[in-house]
Write a protein that binds this ligand. Structure first.
Ligand SMILES: [Fe+2]
Length: 228
């Protein structure tokens, strides 16, 4: 993706999020220069990989296949191993109308995906077979706001604003906005996007950035290269 496209998506996404009354934490608005100058005190942001995450999954067609994410908080993998401490994470995301987040599952992370407003959020769901692949015959059972919903393999779950689903590790899911762009909340176990996403198709988790203008704000995927 061109940086100019990422910058534009970032500004549109920020305005969309604010239009629902959700206010981002102050670190969202640090400039790249401020992050570099304050590197010594923002280790908690960099190490937990908090911040902006705009991805086209490396496919170069953001409008068709992509997702806007901002990681607001994220715990520690060591705490997860210990079984106590900061075991949780939160993201705010935007699935645009008819914009696919491709089929994937998580190894460790359990996540609640919440429609926080806008259009209908549609999820296509499969259970895992013995080999960890999408099971094309097993029925799917997922908790939705305390009520178990049962769907056929590959069935579609439509979440209206306010509704949510709990996806346990191993439940395959793809999702998109229907009717309008959707503001999505994610409340989950500790999140590691470097290792915990298994995609059905051989695609990447992050975009490749072509620098055609300076970044407005750094993406999480810029941290290693630009912050060290
Ligand atoms: Fe997921």
């Amino acid at each position: 993706m061109k940086r100019s496209e990422i910058n534009a998506i970032l500004m549109e996404g920020d305005a969309f999020i604010r239009s629902f009354g959700y206010v981002m934490p102050p670190f969202a608005y640090l400039t790249p220069e401020e992050m570099q100058a304050r590197r010594g005190e923002i280790g908690g942001i960099v190490d937990a990989r908090l911040g902006w995450d705009i991805t086209d999954y490396g496919l170069g067609r953001f409008a068709e296949t992509g997702l806007f994410l901002f990681t607001v908080r994220n715990g520690r993998a060591e705490d997860l191993t210990r079984g106590r401490g900061m075991l949780y994470a939160e993201k705010i995301m935007i699935s645009r109308k008819d914009q696919l987040s491709p089929m994937h599952r998580h190894v460790v992370k359990a996540e609640d995906i919440i429609n926080r407003g806008g259009g209908t959020l549609v999820l296509e769901l499969f259970m895992s077979d013995a080999g960890g692949n999408p099971d094309s015959s097993a029925g799917v059972e997922v908790p939705t706001d305390g009520v178990v919903r049962r769907l056929p393999a590959g069935g579609r779950l439509a979440l209206e604003p306010g509704e949510s689903v709990t996806l346990l590790p191993g439940v395959w899911h793809a999702f998109w906005g229907e009717g309008a762009d959707v503001l999505i909340g994610e409340v989950s176990t500790v999140n590691d996007d470097m290792t915990d996403n298994v995609f059905r198709e051989p695609i990447g988790r992050f975009s490749t950035v072509e620098e055609d203008e300076p970044p407005l704000h750094l993406l999480v995927s810029d941290y290693d290269r630009l912050l060290g």
